[in-house]
Design a protein around this ligand. Structure first.
Ligand code: 8YV
Length: 317
């Protein structure tokens, strides 16, 4: 049977989704141990009907190179890498995967809050170094999270799921969101007040022109010197130079990040020399269950777009 659609995938995803896509489409997948470069992607999309991407830039130049393109699908809730206006202008639906990654991402946010509070990575590095000779009652003390103020910036599905977890740990929760929500025992606060009153600040906003460098030098100046910053959203929401300065000068105490600008972080980047930061490699949704669910929804979005059906989740309906 000849397959009706040609699809380009910039990465393989979980096997059930690969099988689903392969059952209907002729697939060209980038499997090399490096990201696909823009020139190769432009070459590959020349005669494709569908593009399945994982964070690559999808811009006007790419769309111009793909005259037959009918759908763009990405296994992620964020789509800041995709020029949505340009896709809409061409009538190309863009699919994403909200909802299924909420719990996994909120779990990792809570992990960052707890591990930063309790100096988890420092503790392990100490034990591994062989320096642990005896126990000292005043050594490597962390901070309780119970009773501490958690300020959540961006109170969508993920922000609210972090609040639910933090509530169970006895934290006091405030949030800032351009669209105030009614959630019992979570207080809305203007951003500057939230930044100045929080012990932990956790970022969960989408990256847009308005949120780029939302956390700037001026915003760090408002924070407590004991503040711990968590970023699970997108690196560029924080001005990296201002963050490094704030950490170096102890303007804030600690940053525990799952995302950074740039990503991946070059081995010689100054952020990696600091002793008051811990960074994981953008793995908020990285569980077998969640990545499988995301890949399957993204596969469904892709196939629906190819078959001229509505996408299950479409960012430009
Ligand atoms: C993705 C994410 O796994 O959903 C998002 O927006 O950042 C992550 O869950 C990542 O973009 C790779 O697909």
């Amino acid at each position: 049977m000849t397959k009706r659609f040609r699809v380009v995938m910039t990465r393989p995803v979980m096997p059930p989704a690969m099988e689903l896509i392969r059952s209907k489409c002729e697939v060209r997948v980038w499997e090399q141990d490096a990201p696909i470069d823009a020139a190769t992607l432009i070459d590959w999309v020349k005669d494709c009907d569908g593009l399945f991407c994982v964070g690559e830039r999808v811009d006007q130049a790419l769309l111009d190179a793909a005259p037959k393109l009918k759908v763009v699908s990405q296994p992620a809730v964020g789509y800041d890498n995709i020029d949505i206006a340009a896709c809409s202008k061409r009538g190309i639906p863009v699919g994403n995967t909200p909802g299924v990654l909420t719990d996994a991402t909120a779990d990792l946010a809570m992990t960052h809050i707890l591990t930063a509070a309790r100096r988890f990575c420092e503790g392990w590095n100490f034990v591994r170094s062989g320096e642990w000779k005896y126990n000292i009652p005043t050594f490597m003390l962390g901070t309780d999270v119970k009773g501490k103020a958690l300020g959540i910036v961006g109170f969508g599905q993920i922000g609210q799921a972090v609040a639910a977890r933090a509530r169970a740990f006895g934290m006091r929760i405030a949030y800032f969101d351009p669209m105030p929500k009614t959630v019992s025992d979570c207080e809305f606060m203007p951003l500057d007040k939230l930044l100045s009153e929080s012990d932990f600040i956790s970022l969960h906003v989408a990256l847009t022109p308005e949120t780029k460098h939302l956390i700037s030098k001026e915003k760090f100046a408002l924070m407590k010197s004991s503040a711990i910053l968590i970023n699970m959203a997108r690196g560029p929401i924080v001005d990296s130079a201002a963050l490094i300065e704030a950490l170096k000068t102890r303007k804030i105490a600690f940053a525990s990040l799952d995302v950074f600008d740039p990503e991946p972080i070059p081995a010689d980047h100054p952020i990696l020399t600091l002793d008051n930061v811990v960074i994981t490699s953008h793995m908020g949704s990285s569980t077998v269950e969640t990545r499988t669910a995301m890949a399957l929804i993204a596969a469904e979005n892709l196939i629906n777009g190819l078959e001229n059906k509505p996408l299950r989740f479409c960012v430009n309906p």
